[in-house]
Design a protein around this ligand. Structure first.
Ligand SMILES: *[C@@H]1O[C@H](CO)[C@@H](O)[C@H](O)[C@H]1NC(C)=O
Ligand SMILES: *[C@@H]1O[C@H](CO)[C@@H](O)[C@H](O)[C@H]1NC(C)=O
Ligand SMILES: *[C@@H]1O[C@H](CO)[C@@H](O)[C@H](O)[C@H]1NC(C)=O
Ligand SMILES: *[C@@H]1O[C@H](CO)[C@@H](O)[C@H](O)[C@H]1NC(C)=O
Ligand SMILES: *[C@@H]1O[C@H](CO)[C@@H](O)[C@H](O)[C@H]1NC(C)=O
Ligand SMILES: *[C@@H]1O[C@H](CO)[C@@H](O)[C@H](O)[C@H]1NC(C)=O
Ligand SMILES: *[C@@H]1O[C@H](CO)[C@@H](O)[C@H](O)[C@H]1NC(C)=O
Length: 325
């Protein structure tokens, strides 16, 4: 009896030590675990003007994925970016939630998606990785594909992102009008100049472009609810496919959602984003219609890989403990 109990205790201590050790050694801010490290050297760090960022400088960044492709390989299902805005709410683009091959617009089921966050590595599960299922997807009711309008959707996850988590934290919503020239940062795992998806999170600085000027470039197709950012005359830095839904962060707040553009980083055509401050009321209202009581309260159920592992160990320990006594 005593032997069994001691064995169990030792096992438990060992598991926890192992987990603490792996948490300690896996430093998210240095990119030592690149699946394809040679790419960085090959590309001369000119990835639509982007360069790798530490997760701590974009802790709100998530990867929106389709489960059906995730089965093939972790990271294979990545379709869009998104941002954590509160412990159970992700904001992304509405065009990320539709079946792209069907017109008129048909939205996918919440169960089609999985949301991954907490790490810059697209294709790796690190001890910091958190993953959630989606309970509800709420696209803007006036979302329109042609022309693209009201490109915003909320994803409610089936769990609560732990507060004070080292690599995930929400981004506040911007509520100010942004002056042209303000330097903002767009991040994502989207397509680079070489036409491939990048395995680590990249970021690039883009200045806000005056809406009137942008509207000229795009021959009058910029609508209310959009904003533009990029280098109008030179191009060279932009978001691209796969970055959609991801954050444009200005002064530490969520100002834009990657939406569309004419090509990527082309001179004369800045990136077009959903203007978040135009939708704050809609976000708050939609959030208030989500039945938090029904889905485990504002706390929810946490089920990242780490939490699941811990839960299994805890249950095993409790079981063994009862058997011993
Ligand atoms: C991670 O690496 C960065 C850069 O090398 C360093 O500044 C930081 O202290 C490291 N963090 C931990 C937890 O080791
Ligand atoms: C974004 O929306 C806000 C609120 O409607 C507006 O004041 C602002 O001019 C818009 N555009 C930019 C670039 O901030
Ligand atoms: C934005 O960054 C560029 C390049 O670093 C700099 O020249 C410019 O002054 C910055 N703009 C503002 C408004 O800070
Ligand atoms: C852009 O230009 C078109 C055509 O002139 C106009 O209808 C539209 O309101 C303009 N967009 C904005 C945001 O002002
Ligand atoms: C940035 O944020 C700070 C406070 O959070 C505010 O005082 C400042 O005016 C903001 N700057 C811009 C350019 O919006
Ligand atoms: C959504 O509602 C929950 C529960 O009332 C609240 O904790 C959270 O801050 C809200 N989030 C947003 C983005 O309004
Ligand atoms: C929310 O869900 C709870 C539990 O399922 C239910 O009792 C309650 O009526 C629901 N509230 C609303 C406003 O639908």
């Amino acid at each position: 009896m005593l032997l069994k109990f001691s064995l169990c205790a030792i096992f438990w201590i060992f598991q926890n030590a192992l987990m603490a050790y792996s948490l300690h050694t896996h430093n998210e801010s240095i990119h030592t675990h690149l699946p394809r490290p040679y790419l960085l050297a090959d590309l001369d760090a000119k990835i639509f003007g982007g360069s790798p960022v530490a997760i701590t400088s974009a802790p709100w960044q998530v990867s929106v994925r389709l489960k059906e492709y995730e089965i093939v390989q972790f990271g294979y299902g990545h379709i869009c970016g998104g941002s954590v805005i509160t412990t159970r709410v992700i904001v992304s683009a509405a065009h990320c939630a539709i079946y792209t091959n069907i017109t008129p617009t048909v939205y996918r089921f919440p169960n089609d998606f999985t949301i991954v966050m907490g790490s810059v590595y697209l294709q790796e599960v690190t001890p910091y990785t958190l993953q959630y299922n989606v309970l509800e997807v709420v696209p803007h009711p006036d979302f329109n594909l042609q022309p693209l309008e009201n490109d915003i959707a909320l994803f409610f996850i089936n769990g609560k992102i732990p507060t004070n988590y080292p690599t995930v934290s929400p981004i506040p919503l911007n509520r100010l009008a942004l002056a042209a020239g303000l330097n903002c940062t767009v991040t994502g795992w989207g397509v680079t100049e070489q036409g491939i998806t990048w395995p680590v999170l990249l970021g690039t600085v883009v200045p806000i472009v005056a809406t009137a000027q942008c509207n000229n470039s795009y021959s009058g197709t910029i609508m209310n609810g959009m904003l533009c950012a990029g280098y109008l005359s030179t191009g060279g830095a932009d978001a691209c496919q796969g970055d959609s839904g991801g954050p444009l962060a200005c002064n530490g707040t969520l100002a834009g959602i990657v939406s569309w553009g004419n090509g990527c980083a082309k001179p004369g055509y800045p990136g077009v984003y959903t203007n978040v401050s135009d939708y704050t009321n809609w976000i708050l209202l939609t959030n208030s219609t989500f039945n938090y009581t029904r889905y485990g309260g504002a706390l929810g159920l946490s089920c990242g890989p780490q939490q699941l592992m811990l839960l299994v160990f805890c249950l095993l320990n409790v079981l063994l403990w009862f058997r011993v006594n």
